[in-house]
Design a protein around this ligand. Structure first.
Ligand code: 5AD
Ligand code: SF4
Length: 445
């Protein structure tokens, strides 16, 4: 049987796309493999967000070139596909710089993978179009769904933050229709999925076609999905503060399946830096927004993204970020050193912050964020939470799952609990996960 190796980098949307590419290849008779050496098709689903992303892909392709040569000597063909945002950004340049590559395909065209692979046997191909047709209409049924699944409901971004490549690589905001999302969600639920994370680069700007042709908002979509039998939990990511409408805030109080967790990137605590980033909100606007969200859902756990060392950021401005972090009390967060992305406005700036300063700021920020995360976990000890059991745990006899607030918990329980919601007392907080004990299920009164 032919085999396909698919590796994904970066965001959850890329993970979703990679899984769908594996589905497309599966339909073509390729079995999934974790071993690149035995793969007849290798797909690198690349991410352009991280530093030197393109360079890292090129060096990976250098290694694959050697592997491809070895396999050829053994009489085996290897097709090398570069997909994702680096593929979109580099396009034909990739064929010139990486001789091993057979197919370059952007995030909007990967449903055409079978045709592109066929065509590549005659001539190397690039497809970085934003086609009129909807790729979702051309993808086969999903496999390997598990208990918790992602579902892409929106793609692209119109925000144009000064540091970010997404509006260029993923294009303008597009939302799938409520009917399309519900149909995919129903299939997932039938296959045993209990938790669905609705994903999009700017998911809270969702505005898909609803019933009767009226545009639906994210809360409308969540209500439609929440009614699907079997689905117990809904999450969504990632959001922009300016798209947190009143109805979405209210949804956190009103939709029981919507979990009390919100990833809401703020990037910086300094109004001058936020302005330079083209974020179109201030630190105080973010604070007030969080207050309103906490009024609707007092126990909500918050997460965020931060960039330190944006061009021109002073020590005092960085301290404003530290202050905001202390005030909000994030449960978890991602933080990055700014690094320029070619083609973005910030990359043109001449006032770069020295690398050493960026590193110091990142270390200070991460130390504070880590301390907050640990404090949050310690505070969970002793409490009882409803855990959705997702998979076997690290040790035999253990399973692992997540609380509504996204804390991972390991505990002793039979594998037959996978897929159910069980009450667990958190006993102890480890470095990265919590340990708990399952309580007897109390029959509903
Ligand atoms: N430099 C550093 N971090 C970046 N991000 C996006 N672009 C850059 C960049 N040029 C971060 C932002 C965003 C997250 C997904 O990646 O914090 O929210
Ligand atoms: Fe990038 Fe800003 Fe859009 Fe997020 S909101 S994807 S950071 S441009």
């Amino acid at each position: 049987m032919k085999k396909a190796f698919v590796r994904s980098y970066g965001c959850q949307m890329n993970a979703y796309d990679a899984a769908r590419m594996a589905d497309v290849l599966g339909q073509q008779g390729y079995a999934a493999t974790d071993s690149v050496e035995e793969a007849d098709v290798v797909v690198l689903n690349t991410c352009h967000i991280r530093e030197k992303a393109a360079e890292k892909v090129y060096s990976e392709l250098g290694r694959l070139r050697v592997l491809k040569g070895e396999r050829r000597l053994a009489g085996l063909d290897t097709r090398i596909v570069v997909a994702g945002c680096v593929a979109q950004a580099e396009g034909a340049e990739m064929l010139a710089r990486a001789p091993a590559v057979d197919v370059v395909v952007g995030p909007q065209s990967y449903h055409r993978l079978p045709q592109l692979l066929d065509a590549s046997r005659a001539k190397r191909v690039v497809d970085t179009e934003f086609p009129i047709e909807d790729k979702f209409d051309h993808l086969p049924a999903r496999r390997n769904k598990g208990v918790s699944a992602f579902l892409t409901v929106q793609e692209g971004c119109d925000k144009f933050c000064a540091f970010c490549v997404v509006p260029y690589t993923r294009g303008a905001e597009v939302s799938r229709s409520v009917a399309a999302v519900v149909a995919e969600a129903e299939k997932l639920a039938e296959a045993g999925v209990r938790e669905l994370t609705l994903i999009g680069q700017n998911v809270n700007a969702y505005h898909g076609a609803g019933p009767a042709g009226v545009a639906a908002t994210l809360p409308d979509l969540m209500r439609a999905v929440a009614g699907i039998p079997g689905l117990a939990r809904i999450r969504y990511t990632t959001s922009h503060p300016n798209d947190m409408g009143d109805d979405l805030i209210a949804a956190h109080a009103e939709i029981p399946a919507l979990m009390p967790y919100l990833h809401l990137p703020v990037q910086s605590g300094s109004d001058r830096v936020l302005g330079a980033m083209n974020r179109k909100h201030t630190g105080d606007q973010y604070r007030r927004l969080i207050e309103r969200i906490r009024t609707a859902r007092p126990d909500i756990a918050l997460s965020s993204d931060f960039i330190v060392g944006f061009p021109g950021e002073t020590d005092a401005e960085f301290e404003e970020t530290m202050r905001l972090v202390a005030e909000i009390g994030f449960q978890s967060a991602f933080s990055f050193k700014y690094s320029p992305r070619p083609g973005t406005p910030a990359a043109e700036r001449a006032d770069a912050v020295p690398e050493g300063v960026k590193s110091e700021r990142l270390a200070a920020l991460q130390a504070r964020l880590d301390a907050q995360r640990h404090a949050y976990q310690r505070a969970a000890a002793g409490r009882v939470a409803e855990v959705l059991v997702e998979k076997p745990g690290r040790r035999p006899g253990q399973v692992t799952g997540k609380t509504p607030h996204m804390l991972a918990v390991q505990f002793d329980a039979p594998a037959s609990t996978i897929g159910s919601l069980v009450p667990v007392r958190i006993v102890e907080a480890g470095a990265n996960s919590l340990f708990g004990e399952m309580l007897p299920q109390v029959a509903a009164a």
